[in-house]
Write a protein that binds this ligand. Structure first.
Ligand code: ADP
Length: 549
């Protein structure tokens, strides 16, 4: 370390940038160091980033230089990133500082830390106040569950109210999804829930997999059964976490094999309605793989889902499944919180080095392509498999392992999202209400939907009014010669907002999405009028990617 002051440090002595108090700051802190100097920091945060920081100090030149540099390092960062600014970062940014003055950098970083922590604490208090407001609004006439929908029977209405009363006591609801089984979805759900519990949150973990519930096994709860109470079914308590799995009720999953859609939907609804969770900070929902009836029901019944975390493996093939999950969420207006790439490389238990044994990066690539946050990559770790087999939670039992640190980082990036109260931004599970009209393109063959859009002779352009749920006009147009990549921009030019098709490859789906055209696949070979009416009635779901060739 240099024994003299660097030029940069000297500049800061004389012209300390950001010196002075900020008006109406979002946070403030003051610390007196062992040297007797007092530093004060003020902070503004806009759109999740530290937009301005001001400081003062009772110390002299070096203290001024460190405070000034620290404020500048914090600007433009997220509060959580700003928390990580250390004494060393300030010293390096100043080009060094004689040893006798290095404590000034420590005082600056500590004061910044205290200011950011105050900000975060304040955010949580605000969020809690917001939540209380929302909960008390349940007793007001304005609450959606106070009004019976025109097409709702009294029984359905009562059920909806019961469901609402349960769910509005839970602040955050996150569903963990995957395109296919065995990718580590349940492992992520269990570890996410446990990490939240360990951080002091009130957490519920709900397993809605009818055919293969794995949460009881992953938590060593196979022999547990459900107790009833006047208030409903009581979840199994594991430490401070409340756990409920369809596996506790359906002892033999084979019994459920013959269940069809409506029955499954009924079971999930009953289940969600009857669990006495009480007040929770987080409910983590482990869903079965794919986009079947259970996942669809959960996404539709839980009106204020924070969003979905999609788990995948790194291989290219898996990205097709991710795309399906993401498209599914988009169609249901469920925010996608991000993608986790699991089993990404192998972490050596001896040296902790991660080796790519298979292709990696598929999850990150698809996240970039689909403009979704990439939450991180979890390596294949034999200790994860071992802890799962023994019913122990990895992040708890191997908390000092590097993979547990990776998992905690991922979890933080999920829970660190903006703290806007989810109940205030209740998501619609119907077509976007703000967009009252839209143009839907349907590929035609013999007057009906062509099972593969690339083979169609014409497109029916259906203009619809979503408010009145009516078709205002239909025009048949001839597409340009079929060449790869030509149809998406052409349909965008025709003003289409959505294409409903039977089958469509994932690449083509991407091209349409890139043109802001929503894609719904798996529709039957029916007339355009019938398809669009079904869509507006909410009866047309994205299903199998049917293709007749
Ligand atoms: P899914 O819910 O997607 O079907 P699971 O979470 O049940 O998948 O995981 C399937 C198996 O893979 C489990 O035995 C689990 O222990 C193992 N596993 C999951 N993630 C990892 C990982 N990163 N490293 C090692 N084993 C893993």
């Amino acid at each position: 370390m240099t024994a003299r002051f660097s030029r940069k440090a000297v500049e800061r002595f004389t012209h300390p940038r950001n010196y002075g108090e900020l008006e109406e700051p979002d946070s403030y802190a003051s610390i007196t160091g062992p040297c007797g100097d007092t530093m004060e920091f003020w902070l503004h945060v806009d759109d999740g980033l530290v937009s301005a920081v001001g400081f003062t100090t009772t110390g002299c030149g070096p203290s001024c230089a460190c405070g000034s540099m620290c404020t500048e390092l914090a600007e433009g960062k997220t509060p959580r990133e700003a928390l990580r600014i250390k004494q060393q970062d300030i010293l390096e940014a100043l080009g060094g500082m004689p040893e006798a003055h290095q404590h000034c950098a420590l005082l600056a970083s500590n004061t910044l830390k205290a200011t950011v922590e105050n900000f975060m604490k304040h955010q949580v208090e605000k969020e809690e106040a917001c939540q209380q407001e929302s909960c008390s609004s349940c007793d007001q006439a304005a609450c959606s569950s106070k009004t019976q929908e025109p097409d709702e029977t009294s029984e359905e209405y009562k059920e909806r109210q019961e469901l609402h009363q349960r769910l509005c006591r839970i602040r955050h609801k996150i569903i963990v999804m995957s395109g296919k089984g065995g990718v580590g979805k349940s492992t992520v759900a269990v570890n996410l829930a446990t990490a939240l519990m360990l951080s002091g949150k009130r957490v519920g973990l709900l397993d809605i997999d009818i055919h293969g519930p794995s949460v009881p096994t992953l938590l060593g709860l196979e022999n547990e059964s459900i107790q009833g109470s006047q208030d409903g079914m009581l979840p199994v308590e594991l430490g401070d976490m409340k756990v409920m799995s369809l596996g506790f009720l359906i002892r033999n999953p084979d019994d459920a094999i013959i269940w069809r859609g409506p029955m499954k939907i009924g079971v999930i609804k009953q289940f969600l309605k009857d669990i006495a969770w009480g007040d929770l900070d987080y409910l983590i929902i482990d869903s079965p793989p794919g986009t079947g009836d259970e996942v669809l029901s959960a996404c539709q019944l839980i009106e204020d889902l924070d969003g979905a975390v999609v788990v995948t493996t790194p291989q290219k093939l898996a990205t097709i499944d991710v795309r399906k999950s993401v498209t599914f969420c988009r169609q249901l207006h469920v925010p996608v919180l991000g993608i986790i790439e699991n089993m990404s490389g192998f972490i050596c238990p001896k040296c902790n080095e991660v080796t790519s044994i298979l292709q990696t990066g598929g999850g990150e690539k698809i996240a970039t392509d689909m403009k979704i946050p990439f939450l991180g990559a979890i390596p294949m770790d034999p200790q994860i498999a071992e802890s799962c087999d023994n019913g122990k939670v990895f992040v708890h039992h191997y908390k000092s392992s590097p993979t547990a640190a990776i998992m905690r980082n991922i979890i933080t990036s999920i829970t660190d999202r903006d703290t806007e109260c989810p109940l205030k931004k209740s998501v619609s599970k119907q077509p976007d209400k703000e967009k009252t009209t839209m143009r839907i393109a349907i590929p035609l063959a013999d007057g009906k939907l062509a099972m593969h859009f690339g083979h169609c002779s014409q497109f029916a352009m259906m203009d619809v009014d979503l408010d009145t749920k009516t078709i205002s006009s239909r025009t048949n147009v001839d597409p340009p010669p079929h060449e790869p990549g030509l149809l998406p921009p052409w349909l965008a030019e025709q003003g289409a907002n959505m294409i409903i098709a039977g089958g469509m490859g994932s690449r083509a789906q991407d091209l349409f999405t890139a043109q802001n055209i929503e894609v719904l696949v798996g529709a039957p070979a029916e007339s355009p009028e019938k398809i669009v009416s079904n869509f507006m009635a909410g009866e047309l779901k994205s299903g199998e990617n049917v293709c007749d060739h």
